[in-house]
Design a protein around this ligand. Sequence first.
Ligand code: PLP
Length: 388
Amino acid sequence: MTATGRHFLQIPGPTNTPLAVLAAMAKPTIDHRGPEFQKLAMDVLTRIRPVFGTKNPVIIYPASGTGAWEAALVNVLSPGDKVVMVETGWFATLWNKMASKFGIQTEFIATDWRAGAEAAAIEARLSEDKGHTIKAVCVVHNETSTGCVSDIAAVRAAMDRAGHPALLMVDTISSLASIEYKHDAWGVDVTVAGSQKGLMLPPGLSFNAVSDKAIAAAKANTFPRSFWDWQEMIAINEKGFFPYTPATNMLQGLKVALDMLEEEGLDAVFARHNRAAEATRRAVRHWGFETVCKKPSDYSSSLTAVMLPEGHSADALRKTILERSNMSLGNGLGKLADKVFRIGHLGDFHDLMVTGTLSGVEMGLAAAGIPHNAGGVEVAMRYLNGNH
Ligand SMILES: *Cc1c(COP(=O)(O)O)cnc(C)c1O
């Protein structure tokens, strides 16, 4: 079938890029050492800080989120260092694998992939570490493979209760600018983020927000790194430039994305995501399916991962929906492959895109012959209309 109409990109990142952002990126490429760029860089480097909830520098790399993961590790850790990570799902697993490749000793606290990180488990592990050999705790804020959020303020409180000096590093790649997050107030040392999810940009930029303690750790750290080195970046950024060619057109897009977030207001952005997520969960429940996330306090507002009944292929359903409705949904990752599909509701969207997405899923369920209660879209519409 020839695809007509607008493609519905409802995966949990990359997300739909607003036309205003695309238009800004289509402007002619500028001199990255000229005054026009300097003005742009100063502007985005300043205005990105409140999005992370920080007054400290935010480092911007021309890289996908995976690059910013690596930057976080190599700036403050060294081979042989011990870190505690929490296996919230597939993305936590990948970050853990990366750390292992650098010779970092990781302790991976297991979960069933159906809730966020448990602060109590982190506290227990740190309390045992009387000699303070653990250098960092790494947590994924919004685990994109499961749709479960970890309570970062609770993790920080647990670390404080244990009286442990480990750094706290958090992956917010699929939560930043979608789900409330406070780098400074929650005492996070390194926050990792990417451009292609809540920030509404295409893939290609990634970020490290850094605490004073993290900057001090990076200064003392002798682990070899060059491209990812914070110190050179921070020093040159202060003048509005970069140590190597930055992704100039992406930064032009970022400026407009920041305008949009400021205009709507971050609290309104978070509320819009919460509403879309609740509408989606109500539809899913009505259809008769479970969400992967079992703990209501940990439900993600940027995506919902849906479990299909035993014996039905989530990948076949996604294929049906792509062919019939020109809509992309996220696949199940790792041990959830083919059992789960993921509905992205983050970035640039409004109510009609949410109900349109749910319509595509409901029509797909019928077409694929997967037993479900029809009318989930109706339930979502009632919720969005405020009469439920
Ligand atoms: C998307 C994502 C990543 C990977 O980012 P890339 O940009 O694909 O390198 C890592 N962690 C989380 C939580 C993600 O959602």
